[in-house]
Ligand binder design. Structure first.
Ligand SMILES: Cc1cc2nc3c(=O)[nH]c(=O)nc-3n(C[C@H](O)[C@H](O)[C@H](O)COP(=O)(O)O)c2cc1C
Length: 310
């Protein structure tokens, strides 16, 4: 079927006819109390957002969800102007009459270095002007995205064992590095090969402005010495988990980000995750199709101002 609905044979409904009919059906269903109007609106939105995929033969529910979520800002959340006046939900774990057991505040001695690192970790969107040592970029990549040998699995002998856990060991993520100011590296867009622990130059050039423009109110991107772009690969999980794999992709990326934050902290390198970006613009910049492969998270890193990396 042609998504632009122009060439359907006479008498056949077009995609826009289908959407119009669904809209009427959903509206009637909501008016008749069959579903809540918010359900009708959400379901119709999912179908509407999926229109560009009507000609594809491998569409999972996850693809429709992903298209619906790729807006620049949370389109069904409150307007940004209102958020400043809104109160967040209570985060305390407390119920009337609950029974509590106090836990020791001290961690076992052997855990202390880790606890110190955790205490030091912060999101810090502040970058100095010194180049980032290559060894620091390499160490951050190896400890968050690197491999530690390979293993047998899924009828293969060459499954890389990654430093971080991933759902089913399927490693739903890849990594690109936008290099702005790293010792010994030409500025440009690189892919990280975790098996060879190598950077592969994809495009040389200065990506600071286009990257800043693909993000939302995040000028600190201009000053980071390098920006690590975590990207997701849906088919890598979909063959086993189907649409549920889409949930695992976010969890996998979160684990990588946690490793990355701690490795950067240990090195005295500034780090700040960033998810406020326009998916379509960023995917274009990273040369991703936005359907099966897409940007998950940007993580700008760099030398902390006034401080030498350790
Ligand atoms: C998934 C994710 C997305 C984030 N996106 C942004 C972002 O778009 N912009 C930003 O300034 N910080 C972003 N952050 C950083 C958070 O705001 C920060 O982690 C949070 O405020 C807690 O502060 P802390 O990391 O210093 O403990 C993000 C963090 C995570 C984990």
């Amino acid at each position: 079927m042609n998504p632009d609905h122009a060439t359907t044979p006479a008498g056949h409904p077009t995609v826009s006819d289908l959407i119009d009919e669904l809209a009427v059906l959903f509206e009637r269903a909501a008016a008749g109390g069959l579903c809540h109007p918010s359900w009708a609106a959400a379901a119709l939105d999912l179908v509407r957002e999926g229109v560009p995929l009507v000609g594809d033969d491998d569409v999972f529910v996850a693809h429709l969800i992903h298209r619906s979520l790729r807006a620049e800002a949370s389109k069904d959340g409150p307007p940004v102007s209102r958020i400043a006046t809104m109160r967040a939900p209570d985060l305390a774990v407390r119920r009337p009459g609950d029974r509590r057991v106090s836990l020791p505040a001290e961690v076992p001695d052997i855990l202390q270095p880790f606890a110190d690192l955790v205490a030091e970790r912060r999101s810090t969107p502040m970058y100095g002007s010194d180049p980032l040592p290559l060894s620091h970029l390499a160490g951050i990549l190896s400890q968050s995205l690197g491999t530690k040998g390979s293993t047998l699995g899924y009828q293969r002998r060459d499954i890389p064992k990654r430093v971080g856990a991933s759902a089913g060991g399927l490693q739903s993520y890849d990594c690109q590095v936008i290099v702005n100011n790293v010792e010994g590296l030409e500025p440009g867009r690189y892919s990280y090969d975790p098996v060879g622990h190598e950077l592969v130059l994809e495009e040389a050039g200065d990506f600071r402005l286009p990257l800043r423009d693909a993000a939302i109110e995040s000028d600190f991107l201009l000053f980071a010495q390098a920006v690590i772009a975590l990207t997701g690969d849906f088919p890598r999980v979909a063959w086993k988990y189907g649409t549920r794999g889409y949930r695992y992709m976010g969890l996998d990326a979160g684990i990588v980000a946690a490793h990355l934050y701690l490795a950067a902290t240990a090195l005295g390198v500034s780090v700040n995750a960033l998810a406020a970006f326009a998916d379509d613009s960023l995917n274009r910049l990273l040369r991703l199709d936005g359907k099966d492969r897409f940007a998950q998270l940007l993580i700008p890193i760099g030398t902390a101002p006034g401080r030498r990396p350790r």
